[in-house]
Design a protein around this ligand. Structure first.
Ligand SMILES: [Zn+2]
Ligand SMILES: [Zn+2]
Length: 351
């Protein structure tokens, strides 16, 4: 079966309409008619082969929401008509220790299969993502959406930006009585502020742009720090339990580790194109501070995050676009000129 999609044929080519093949649902498969797909920075890096290794044609998109339109005979958790989501993964080995513990994103049995650019038996031999009208996914990698239906478009970014921030906030036990920093107020950071606030923490947002001060407060930040104001930054020395750093550009980590209390952790979720300057080890040793990394979240935790966000009425702040404006959206995203996530209206693939 073929389905309309939007993708690129080479790193230096713009995205264009194309027809792609989708497998017929196998026994364990859920077929989803995609309503909306969020636009993640990873889409842009992958489609332009900035990380290398991109397979073409490349159809990006891993913040997928839509409606189940068919299910295989062995599917137990979903029925036709259900509202569901698919995030960054569509498969993993299901047998290694990480998979058994529900941490499929850390699969050591060959690694998880990405929603796009991952290995698959389906044509053309690599996975094709959510910039398409339809996708077929193993039910173990599909999650239920329980938000009100009119919020569906704004739920899409939770599938990557939401879980990428929720998972470390949970892992490092953010909650009441904890002082938590969120560095960078973009697609990830704006979700981090909302979620940390809903978890009951005292949230401090870090931004380099004075214009985002008011926004950060509206998103749920109790305090806002301008990272370029050294005096303002230093006044918070030794006071944070946890800092979530969402900034992908290379930057000095010492200014942030110096803000952690004894036993505090700075967790990075952005992969810089050029390495960060080496951190000062003394800064870590003398207060038993840690620098850590975190990658999206497992499927069970993604469901937990969606239910948490539904319960707390959390969605992303979005700007909806027709698929035909994707190149313009990429350019604006690179300039951080979006509040705070573009979401594609997939019905425009038909026009
Ligand atoms: Zn993403
Ligand atoms: Zn595994």
């Amino acid at each position: 079966m073929t389905t309309p999609a939007y993708g690129a044929h080479a790193a230096d080519k713009k995205l264009e309409p194309m027809q792609i093949a989708r497998r017929s649902p196998g026994p364990q498969d859920v077929q989803i008619d995609i309503a909306f797909c969020g636009v993640c920075h990873s889409d842009l890096h992958q489609v332009r082969s900035e990380w290398g290794g991109t397979l073409y044609p490349c159809v990006p998109g891993h913040e997928i929401v839509g409606e189940v339109s068919a299910v295989g005979g062995a599917v137990t958790r979903f029925s036709v008509g259900d509202t569901v989501g698919v995030g960054c993964m569509v498969d993993s080995c299901q047998e290694c220790p990480s998979c058994r513990e529900g941490e499929e994103q850390y699969c050591t049995g060959g690694g998880f299969v990405g929603t796009y650019n991952g290995p698959t038996d389906d044509a053309p031999g690599h996975t094709l993502g959510g910039y398409s009208q339809r996708i077929v996914v193993d039910e173990n990698f599909v999650v239920a959406i329980r938000h009100p239906h009119d919020q569906l478009a704004a739920v899409a970014p939770l599938l990557c930006a939401g879980i990428t921030t929720y998972s470390p906030l949970r892992h490092w036990k953010v909650g009441p009585g904890k002082k938590v920093g969120i560095v960078g107020i973009g697609g990830l950071g704006h979700m981090g502020i909302k979620i940390a606030h809903a978890m009951g923490a005292h949230v401090v947002a870090f931004t380099t742009s004075e214009s985002k001060r008011e926004d950060a407060a509206k998103l749920g930040a109790d305090e806002v720090i301008n990272s370029r104001n050294a005096e303002e930054v230093e006044s918070h020395a030794n006071s944070f339990d946890f800092i979530l750093d969402t900034v992908a550009a290379s930057h000095d980590l010492d200014a942030l580790t110096a803000l952690l209390k004894r036993d505090g952790t700075l967790t990075l979720v952005g992969v810089p194109e050029h390495p960060h300057p080496s951190p000062d080890v003394g800064n870590l040793i003398f207060r038993r501070r840690a620098i850590a990394g975190s990658l999206i979240g497992g499927i069970a935790e993604t469901q937990e995050m969606l239910d948490f966000c539904a319960e707390h009425a959390i969605v992303a702040d979005i700007e909806m676009i027709p698929i035909q404006q994707i190149d313009e959206a990429y350019d604006r995203m690179q300039r951080s000129d979006v509040k705070y996530r573009f979401v594609i209206d997939n019905s425009t693939l038909a026009s």
